[in-house]
Design a protein around this ligand. Sequence first.
Ligand code: PLP
Length: 437
Amino acid sequence: MKGTRALPDTRKSEALHERALDLFPGGVNSPVRAFRAVGGTPRHIVSARGAILTDADGNELLDYVLGWGPMLLGHANPSVVEAVERQLRNGFLYGLSNPLEVELAERVRRFYPAAERLRFVASGTEATMAAIRVARAATGRDDIVKLDGCYHGHADGFLIKAGSGLQTFGIPDSAGVPTAVAAGTRVAKFNDLDSVKAAFELRPGSPPAALILEPVIGNMGVIAPEPEFLSSLRALCDRHGTLLVFDEVMTGFRIARGGAAERFGVRPDLVTLGKVIGGGLPVAAFGGRADLMKLVAPEGPVYQAGTYAGHPLAMAAGNATLAILESDSAIFRRVEARTGLLAAGLREILARRNVRGVVNSLGSMWTLFFGVDQVASADEARRADSKRYATVFQGLLERGVLLPPSAFESAFLSDAHTETEIDRTLEAADEAMEDLA
Ligand code: PLP
């Protein structure tokens, strides 16, 4: 197979990337789009429909990035397009409240009852920042605990890597994060209750304000919680008067109607949501117990605000998306079943080709890790072979299939991915893995 196929023409993407390099750091407006982890030319996309992206050169890509998660219904779903078009004609920024905010919040709460009250923001980063501010105000404590491998957006206090973090205080994972801010973040390990307990007890007599985690990690590739891990965290938080914050920006409205809270039967005190709730337009939210949300301005002393919060176009897209999920609740099972088919097919290829690797999947999130037999922690994910991932990424891209351009990001499936497309992906993956030999 190798060498006989014509490679796609990417000259227009290349030329655009050259111009972009002069304008943006790394030529991009969000780092992973630069393809640094996988090599090759970052594609510039000009349109998207269903499961397919079309790049500037006219190449079609079967999309497993799905805007990094939001596009559960696939791209340009007709009902969502129609709702946005309708709103567009009525103006698109009012600076005052609009009925679509109320409608969407009621929908979100029906799906996610732990969000007793909520507030819309424009990005997941804002949502996690605000949730932690509420937790600090409610408890009168400063420190938080985060888990290694979980990503909560790019606010200072979350950009902390574990390292030997348990016995020490947080070490910034990014330049420009003040040491004093990093010191307020204690890091523990996912799926390791003892490490979380140790982080809670790190400063004697001073338990943390909040424990924040992705209840299913999606930002180290997909890593599911072990049985009882989440419920043990709930009990630990209750013992210490610490607030449990589920960051369900990725998992909410994706791994089940009510996200990980529903799937694993654990109720957080505060939750952050995003991605799917905006149907591809910028919407996120933080919410939780009514007594905690009462602390938020103007009802309470925790300040938080946003010019684009509750943006009418985004609310229209969110409402149209959640209306579909409400009327066709089988979507979650359907997309999960197809994800299961894809994961099983990939496992079969790994076994048949004798390629060491593992496929993690949960709901419609999935990751292909090479060079390891299991991934249940961030440490295990880091041991995965990202060079092999890059080779397979390129092999698939040449065959018109787009995986996340990083070995440590979850891939997704949408309701627009049919079994035919899954078969096509498996054929391409089989060929791409031949390139590994
Ligand atoms: N939390 C989680 C779990 C995420 O996956 C992300 C983004 O991928 C964020 C927060 C940050 O969201 P945003 O990129 O909208 O700021």
